[in-house]
Design a protein around this ligand. Structure first.
Ligand SMILES: *Cc1c(COP(=O)(O)O)cnc(C)c1O
Length: 803
């Protein structure tokens, strides 16, 4: 499509869909028009892709996730469609400043953090690698909340993204599915066959809204299918005519609630009934849609597992297992064994966490009332699985650990292990912990079922698109082959001693820092010191991620500066960005603490041009895109054994930031390719941390170490704003319905400060630092989503993909 053709198409969309001319159009109108033009372009290619797929009858991938953190799509799609330049020109010629316009696109925030962003990166790679794949999720009206900081505290605002973001979606009411909730189940004989009858249920309509996904350098297009919940009835006219106006629309309200809002908990399970409704609504609509389509093409479900693989992103979509069983038995009339064989060979499960509070365990009573037929199927699965376990181990303790239903709770991870063909962790260390600890017994029963696929990120978005300066340097040195073959980034290693390349790298970082400073000034009015090292920790706020350890180190530096005002201290700007789940009180307190510390340091003349602390409001994909290219130090400091992988760590690495981190998650593999000399490691290893936790007393460390004691006392006493943080101090030293300092901050403090020292000393040796930065970029190819998707395709899905 040429620039002129794009212009014509945009003008037409403006007139038809927004009722305005380019001169009358606002930014919102223009964004909607551009989105619709690219959407049409992709829809056309999508039709061809789907025809081809039905003709070839290859195995398809269905990627199910309650979260897809897509972020913005306009630049991404234009980039992948090869239209970036012509779109930019077209928009400018229609009287808009392209860069400013693109910055107005709202993020599609249909996810919390890493898990949701992973799904988005994988869609890009699956499409680029020509894998026939569909993503499925819920079309939440409200995505992840917008964060505002008011008087130091987080306030949540609704994220109404559909107003403009909806322009990417194609509603397909003709493909709607009906989902049944509640009601009762009875059996009856029909023609000599025992039939299951589900009745008196509430019907909810699931309407698909499709978002087309373009790949890079391919005509292949995949789809992200987002289900919207609607009541099949509008209002009950009988109730209405009796004057019961509220009751008349009750069912409608109930249905609308299901796709209203994303649950904002990251790495945390909430046993809310509406959440279970969301999960089943999503799963049932998706499975019905997949099986219906399969029947249309093949006329039978008996070969379903040969032609389909369903990957589930954590246990949130685990009900695919009983839902497939229900459809195979109740609708297709299969017997248990055949239905089970097909189900078992269709579903693969990705585990994302070992944190106990994140493992889903639903109350049995909720299943009995909300999903009576699914409950019956689960009970039968659980019985058969238990018999298998007993026969294998003859050990009641293992029977209990592996049980699917136990003590009134339904354990979703065990359901996934029993009902799927594959379980995978998301980094080498995490997969090892699953095999040796969390799922030890299941691993012993079925070792072949366990895999590792280390996470990866879309390097085209997270490097080429957001860091054009670095992209062009890479192209100058090694060509653009890395776009489809990220391992070619290795070629950069050859320039480790080329001073002009190292200097250019430093310049690019400097330009990116200035650009980000400009962005931050416009966004929230802060003035960043671009002469200081940009030392960054951005991710969801969680105690295990240890933002508080970062705070302790900053306070330690500040106290040293107070002792020796004339000391030689290289300037550092500490940047934080993090949303706290609205119900996570401690996380919100830590945000407030960061604000208090920032206020203290930024107002102390002693710190001027030396220390700066900034909390960046509303961390989200589009902020990460502005920030990663400007970052110099990446804080990846979770308690070893707790972060399954991390993906933020990979985005930083690709952009040349140097990691200060623990041997946790994918940091372990980053260290493997980087060597000790290109990463600043510190702290306990996973096994040491687990061993220490068994007899840990942080109070001993506090009593013994005056430096540590002073830092903690400083937190207790608070800062110039007069807010006390004694609660946090007490939580660390004595606990509070939880073990004291569960995440071992005090145990790692000294080692962390030492890593900070080594890092900042090295930064002073500019040539050496730039070399480390270069090595990080050069060896980041293994952390591209393309590599991860090739792993899935080869080891788990058994589908071909582009070389
Ligand atoms: C990548 C990303 C994350 C994940 O960060 P981690 O440091 O791996 O937890 C979270 N949120 C956003 C917006 C991201 O882009």
């Amino acid at each position: 499509m040429t620039k002129e053709a794009l212009k014509e198409a945009i003008i037409q969309r403006l007139r038809i869909n927004c009722g305005c001319s380019p001169r009358q159009a606002g930014d919102g109108d223009m964004l909607r028009a551009c989105a619709m033009v690219l959407r049409d372009c992709m829809a056309e290619r999508g039709a061809t892709t789907r025809e081809e797929r039905d003709r070839c009858q290859e195995r398809q991938v269905h990627y199910l996730s309650l979260e897809f953190l897509m972020g913005r799509s306009l630049l991404k799609n234009a980039y992948n469609l090869g239209l970036l330049e012509s779109l930019t020109q077209a928009v400018e010629e229609l009287g808009f400043k392209a860069a400013d316009l693109f910055e107005q696109e709202p993020d599609a925030g249909l996810g919390n953090g890493g898990l949701g962003r992973l799904a988005a990166c994988y869609l890009d790679s699956m499409t680029t690698l020509n894998i026939p794949a569909t993503g499925y999720s819920i079309c939440y009206e409200l995505g992840i909340f917008k964060q505002k900081i008011v008087e130091g505290q987080q306030v949540e605002l609704p994220d109404d993204w559909l107003d403009i973001g909806g322009a990417w979606l194609l509603p397909r009411p003709q493909d709607a599915e009906e989902v049944h909730l509640g009601g009762t189940v009875r059996t009856k004989w029909d023609g000599g066959q025992l039939m299951v009858v589900h009745e008196d249920y509430t019907r909810v309509l699931a309407v698909p809204c499709d978002m087309e996904i373009a790949g890079y350098d391919t005509d292949h297009v995949n789809t992200l299918r987002l289900w919207q919940a609607r009541s099949p009835k509008s209002v009950d006219m009988q109730l209405f005519s009796q004057g019961q106006y509220l009751q008349a629309s009750e069912e409608r309200t109930m249905a609308d609630a299901i796709s209203k809002i994303l649950y904002p908990e990251d790495n945390h399970y909430e046993g809310k009934s509406l959440r279970l409704k969301q999960q089943y609504f999503f799963v049932s609509a998706t499975v019905q849609s997949i099986t219906r389509k399969h029947l249309e093409v093949y006329g039978t479900l008996r070969n379903f597992h040969e032609k389909n693989v369903i990957q589930i992103n954590d246990t949130h979509p685990a009900l695919v297992i009983p839902e497939l069983m229900r459809i195979f038995m109740d609708d297709a009339g299969m017997g248990w064994d055949e239905a089970w064989n097909i189900t078992k060979n269709s579903v693969a499960y990705t585990n994302h966490t070992v944190l106990a509070e994140a493992l889903e365990c639903w109350p049995q009573t909720l299943f009995e009332t909300l999903l009576p037929r699914i409950w019956q199927v689960i009970v039968e699965i659980a019985h058969r699985w238990q018999r298998q376990v007993e026969e294998h181990f003859h050990d009641p303790a293992k029977t209990e650990k592996l049980a699917i239903v136990w003590d009134g709770g339904v354990r979703m991870a065990n359901l996934c292990i029993a009902g799927g063909m594959s379980v995978n962790g998301v980094s080498a260390l995490h997969s090892e912990i699953l095999r040796r600890d969390v799922f030890r017994d299941a691993y012993e029963m079925c070792p072949g079922q366990f895999h590792n696929v280390t996470n990866g990120v879309d390097h085209r978005r997270w490097l080429s698109q957001i860091n054009p300066g670095l992209h062009s340097l890479i192209c100058d040195l090694t060509g653009d082959g890395y776009l489809l073959h990220p391992e070619q980034l290795q070629g950069l290693d050859a320039y480790e001693s080329d001073t002009s390349v190292l200097h250019r790298l430093e310049e690019i970082k400097g330009e990116n820092k200035a650009r980000f400073a400009h962005w931050a000034k416009r966004q929230q009015g802060v003035i960043l010191n671009t002469d200081a090292v940009f030392n960054v920790q951005v991710k969801r706020l969680h105690e295990y991620k240890r933002q508080l350890l970062n705070v302790m180190h900053i306070l330690y530096l500040y106290q040293r500066l107070q002792d020796s005002p004339n000391m030689d201290l290289r300037p550092q700007t500490f940047l934080f960005g993090a949303k706290a789940a609205p119900g996570y009180a401690v996380a919100k307190r830590i945000i407030r603490l960061i604000g208090s510390l920032a206020d203290q340091i930024n107002h102390d003349p002693l710190c001027k041009d030396r220390l700066q602390v900034v909390f960046l409001e509303n961390y989200r994909v589009s902020m990460a895109e502005a920030l990663m290219p400007a970052s110099e130090v990446s804080q990846q400091i979770s308690t070893a054994g707790k972060e399954a992988s991390g993906t933020g760590n990979m985005k930083f690495m690709m952009n040349g930031a140097v990691t200060v981190g623990t041997l946790d998650g994918a940091n372990v593999e980053m260290h493997q390719v980087l060597g000790d000399e290109n990463i600043f490691l510190f702290g306990l290893k996973a096994e040491e941390a687990a061993a220490l936790s068994r007899h840990y007393d942080p109070k001993l460390l506090y009593d013994r170490d005056p430096v540590l004691r002073r830092v903690l006392d400083g937190i207790r006493d608070g800062f110039r704003d007069g807010v006390s943080y004694e609660d946090i101090y007490r939580r660390l030293l004595f606990g509070d319905n939880c073990p004291a300092d569960q995440y071992l901050l005090l145990a790692d403090f000294v080692s962390y400060c030492d890593a900070g020292r080594r890092m900042i000393d090295t930064y002073g040796h500019r040539e050496r630092w730039n070399q480390i930065s270069l090595h990080n970029i050069a060896r980041s190819g293994g952390f591209a989503a393309d590599r991860a998707i090739r792993d899935y395709a080869r080891d788990i899905w058994h589908v071909p993909c582009k070389e």
